[in-house]
Design a binder for this molecule. Sequence first.
Ligand code: HEM
Length: 538
Amino acid sequence: MFSKSLFQVGLRSVQNRSNGIKIMTTLPPGVGDRHREISSNATVVGDNKQKTINDLDGPSFMTSLYWLFGKGYFQTTHQMQIEHSNIYGPLWKSKYGPLVIVNVASAELIEQVLRQEGRHPLRTDMPHWRSYRQLRNHAYGPLTEMGAQWQRIRSILNPRMLKPRHVSAYSNAINNVVTDFIEKVAWLRDSRGDGVMVNDLAGELYKFAFEGICSVLFETRMGCLNEEVPAETQKFIHSVGEMFRLSPIIILFPKATWPYLPFWKHFVAVWDHLFKVAEVQVRLKMEEIQENVRLNQSLEGEYLTHLLVSGQMSVTEILGSITELLLAGVDTTSNTISWSLYHMALEPEIQEKLYQEVISVCPGDKVPTSDDIARMPWLKAVVKETLRLYPVVPGNARINVENEIVVGDHLFPKNTLFHLCHYAVSYDPTVFPEPHAFLPERWLRGGQGEEKKNQHPFGSVPFGFGVRACLGRRVAELEMYLLLSRLVKHYEVRKDPTGAIVKPITRTLLVPATPINLQFIDRSVKYQEEPMATKQVS
Ligand code: HEM
C-alpha cells in the first residue's frame, strides 16, 4: 500500500516533468523542507525540458583513458578531479565503457547528494571485495554489506565504536600503545637514524595504528612496536597495502575475467591473510571466554568480547566485520598522522602553538585523557586541516539506490553512480581561501576563525556524512589526538634537511608518494643542551 502510493506520487512527478512546468520533484520519505528547496532548483529550462544526465558534458571513454594512462593521472586521480572540474564545472559525467559516473565537485552539490540518500546508502558495491568473500564463504562486513543487512550490522557495531562513553574507555589502552611508540621513535632514531632521523614515518605509524586498533578490538597487544615486528603482523600490513594497490586495477576488468587475471590469485592470497589474522584473534578470544565461563569469572571486556558474548551476530559475521574494521583502521590514521607531523616540521610556529597548548593542559608528566583533549582546540584544528589537505578517501562513489534525485538543476534516475570529489572541494578557494596553505586557525572560532562561519559544512567531510559515515571515526580521532599531543610534547619534529617535498598519490586511499623522513629532537635533551649551544655561538 505504502509502496503503491509512493509509486503514484512518483508517477505524478514524472507527469509534471513531461508537462514542462516547474517541477517539485518527488522526495524520499523523511526528507525535510530543505530538500524541497533543493528540489525547487529543478526548474525547467528555456526549451521546457528537464535537464538530465544526457545534458552533462564530460570526457568520453577514450578521453578518460588518455587522462589516466596517457597523461599519467592513474595514481593522481585526486588531482584529475581538480583539472576536470576546471574544464567541465562542478557537475560532469565520465564514461568508462558502459559505466557512466556523475562527478560532483562543489560543496553545495555534494550536500544535495548526501542529504537525499535513502535509508541504506551504497558506496560502489566493491564487487571484487564481495567476490572474494563469496569465494571463501566469508560474511560481508560494514564496508561490503548492503541494504537492510548492512543496517543491522551497523546497529550492532556502532555503539561501542561511536558512543563517547565507550570510546573514552579506550584511552588507557591507546595511551599504552602511544607510550611504546614514543620509545620506538627513540630506538629507531638512535639505532637507524644517526641519532636524529626516523625514516619512513608512515611505515612506522602503520605499525602503531595496527597495534592501536588491535588493542581496542581484541583487548590484546600484538607486539608491532617491538624492535622485531612479528612476521605475521608485518605480513598483515603488507597485505593491506597489496589489496589497496590491486583493487583499482582489478576493477578495470570485467568480472568474468577476474579468475584468469595473473594477479587475481595474489589478490585472493592477501585477503586470505587478512582474514587469517582476524580469525586467530577471534578464536583466541573465544577460548579465553570459555575459560572464564568455566572458572565462573566475569566476562567483562570491550569490543570483541562484547560482540561474542552478546550473541547478536554469528561468529562468521563477527569475523567478517572485525576483518574489515582492522583493514579500515590501519592506513587511514597512520597516513593522517604522518601528514600532520610532516606539516608541523615544515611550519615550526604551528608546532610551537600545539606544544604550548599541550603543556598548558597537561603539564609535567600528565598523560592526556579524553577530557584533556576536549580542552585542546588547536590540536583538533591541526587534525581537521590535515584531513582537508589530505582527505584519506579523496573521492567517494555513491549510488542512489532508493530514489531519483535532483542535483543542481539536473534530475538523476535511481541507481545513478555519483563520484563525490571531496579532494577538489577541499581545494576550492571559494570555500577555503588560500587552499594550498596549511592553516589550522581556519577551523577555530574567533580571530581568523571568523572564516569558519563562512565555510560550507560540506567543504571538508573527511569521515563522510550520515548513517554510512565512518564507523571508526571516534576511535581514529582519539588515536590521532593522543599520539600527536604526546609526540609533540616529547619531541620537536624537524624536516629532513636533504628531503624533497612529499606529494600524495591515490592508491584507493590517498597516501604519501615517497617516504616521509623526519628528525625527532628530544625536548628534554634539547633544553639541557641549548645553553651550551648558545655559549659556543657567543
Ligand atoms: C583518519 C582516519 C579515518 C578516516 C579519515 C576515515 C574515513 C572514512 C570515510 C570517508 C568513510 C566512508 C564514509 C562514507 O561513505 O560516507 C569511512 C568508512 C568506514 N570507516 Fe573510516 N576513516 C578513518 C579511520 C577508521 C578507523 C580507525 C576505522 C576502524 C576502527 C574505520 C572504519 C570504517 C568502516 C568500517 C567504514 C565503513 C562504514 C560503512 O560503510 O558502514 N575508519 N571511513
